[in-house]
Design a protein around this ligand. Structure first.
Ligand SMILES: Nc1nc2c(ncn2[C@@H]2O[C@H](COP(=O)(O)OP(=O)(O)OP(=O)(O)O)[C@@H](O)[C@H]2O)c(=O)[nH]1
Length: 468
């Protein structure tokens, strides 16, 4: 046997031994992963921000639409540096006091209103000549019973000063602190707590489910974590955190277009329809969004198509007066579609940049909701396209919120989600769930009752806040 052959055999044996050792390590890692030999999660290498640390780096991004549901990319974008103005403490009446809002049979009647019954909700007569009128200002079209009133800047209320300067999101630090507890600390604690056997993985699954990630997302996250831990040399708390961050980021679909289609196009205003169950924060969100748009130099008109509750229109008008946005409202109990139509017609005639229409979500059957919202959208579209349909979901309602989302998604084509009250829940996981279920991005988050407590949703900042 010559020397070369011997060397070849020796090298081959060494390579084979190394391969066997490597495979054995991977298999062993899959079975048992211990993080004890690294830095413990009890002693994190980075300083934990107990405040929650939700700090989106950028501002709001607006784009041109051209009709809700169109896949065209935005033609123009602009960023608004977030204002730092500290708003006056403003609290609005909570309409639900005895349970979570819902759609269908579980939707409860608000204590302050029962003005409009289901008999008023009928399918629209799309051939109504008034609604087909191309320009309400020249023809005097007045659809149905709208009896609208455009109340504008003439109101005596002083305008809010909304300064488009940095700092808004810094002020929102700490609002997600409770979410961290469950998702971030919970999962990181389990991952770093010692040997990961099947019981540990079940606990991790339970933690993710209880944070409202939903079963499908939870299964994917757990699978990705198991694979990541088995195939990489993750040992320290920092490495575990980095792996969890990567896995959660991937689940948040960071590449989705989260710009708000609020810029005018082809000489007509952008139209945003804001929908959702009563009490989720629709009117508040419309008001907060109007402030951001006005701060960006846009002329904004608000449409109070929530005619179910008189206080809702008052509330919206107050927001409008504070920021200098015109409000078109109807009389109590008026046909919401007519009010929406009048608002959009007024916006077109006045040459505003964006019309934001607030709607009622207080309907007791899915059919009623479908009739009303479908009608509102169709009637607006007789005037111009609806660029954005924002579904407002209350993050504190958890799975009930998901059920609402599905019902609304069946009724109108949702283009974005606003998740409110994230400041008051340990269930931030609904962000993951809702995006996967609806296939539309969470675009905005509400992090408090204050006028400036609305933030653009940024996956990276959100995950960082969850992980602490
Ligand atoms: N903590 C917190 N509260 C919020 C947030 N957004 C709205 N709210 C509060 O939620 C309550 C309901 O808000 P509204 O804007 O009236 O809700 P709505 O969906 O318009 O309700 P209806 O007009 O009854 O259909 C109010 O007390 C708001 O201040 C948020 O992001 N965080």
């Amino acid at each position: 046997m010559n020397t070369e052959l011997i060397i070849g055999i020796v090298v081959g044996v060494i390579v084979a031994i190394l391969a066997v050792v490597l495979i054995a390590r991977v298999v062993a890692n899959r079975r048992r992963i211990s993080l004890r030999d690294g830095t413990s999660t009890d002693q994190p290498t980075r300083e934990v921000d107990r405040s929650g640390g939700y700090q989106a780096g950028g501002g709001f991004t607006f784009s041109q639409g051209g009709g809700a549901g169109l896949a065209d990319p935005p033609a123009e974008t602009t960023s608004v540096p977030p204002p730092t103005v500290t708003p006056p403490a403003t609290t609005y009446e909570r309409t639900e006091t005895d349970g979570q809002p819902g759609v269908g049979d579980d939707a409860s009647v608000p204590r302050d209103s029962a003005q409009r019954g289901m008999k008023d909700i009928s399918l629209p007569d799309l051939d109504t000549p008034d609604l087909d009128t191309p320009d309400v200002d020249t023809t005097g079209a007045e659809p149905e019973t709208a009896d609208t009133d455009a109340s504008a800047l003439a109101t005596p209320a002083p305008l809010d000063v909304i300064e488009p300067v940095d700092g808004r999101l810094l002020r929102l630090r700490g609002r997600l602190a409770r979410s961290q507890g469950t998702l971030g600390k919970g999962v990181l604690g389990l991952l770093g707590g010692g040997d990961l056997d099947e019981d540990s993985w079940e606990e991790i699954e339970d933690t993710l489910i209880s944070a409202d990630l939903g079963s499908a997302t939870t299964a994917r996250v757990v699978d990705a974590l198991r694979t990541g831990l088995a195939t990489s040399s993750v040992r320290t708390a920092a490495e575990v955190r980095a792996l969890l961050r990567t896995v959660l980021m991937a689940e948040l679909m960071p590449d989705l277009d989260r710009s708000i289609r609020a810029l005018p196009h082809a000489g007509v205003p952008a139209v945003l329809l804001v929908v959702g169950v009563n009490g989720t924060g629709k009117t508040t969100t419309v008001g907060k969004l109007a402030r951001v748009l006005v701060a960006d130099g846009r002329r904004v008109l608000l449409g109070a198509a929530d005619t179910f509750r008189a206080a809702a229109a008052d509330q919206l008008q107050t927001w409008g007066e504070r920021v200098g946005a015109q409000t078109v409202r109807g009389r109590e109990g008026a046909d919401p579609a007519s009010v929406a139509f009048d608002a959009v017609a007024t916006g077109v005639a006045d040459g505003v940049d964006v019309v934001v229409v607030d709607t009622a979500g207080r309907l007791h059957t899915k059919t009623g909701l479908m009739d009303e919202l479908g009608k509102v959208k169709r009637v607006i579209e007789k005037k111009t396209a609806v660029d954005e349909v924002l579904l407002v979901l209350d993050a504190t309602t958890g799975q009930n919120g998901m059920m609402q989302a599905k019902v609304f998604a069946e009724v109108v084509s949702i283009t974005g989600v606003v998740l409110t009250k994230l400041d008051g829940t340990a269930k931030g996981g609904i962000v993951f769930h809702v995006q996967h279920e609806l296939g539309v991005p969470v675009k905005l988050v509400g992090l408090g009752e204050g006028a400036d407590d609305l933030a653009p949703f940024e996956p990276g900042a959100f995950v960082d806040a969850l992980l602490g």
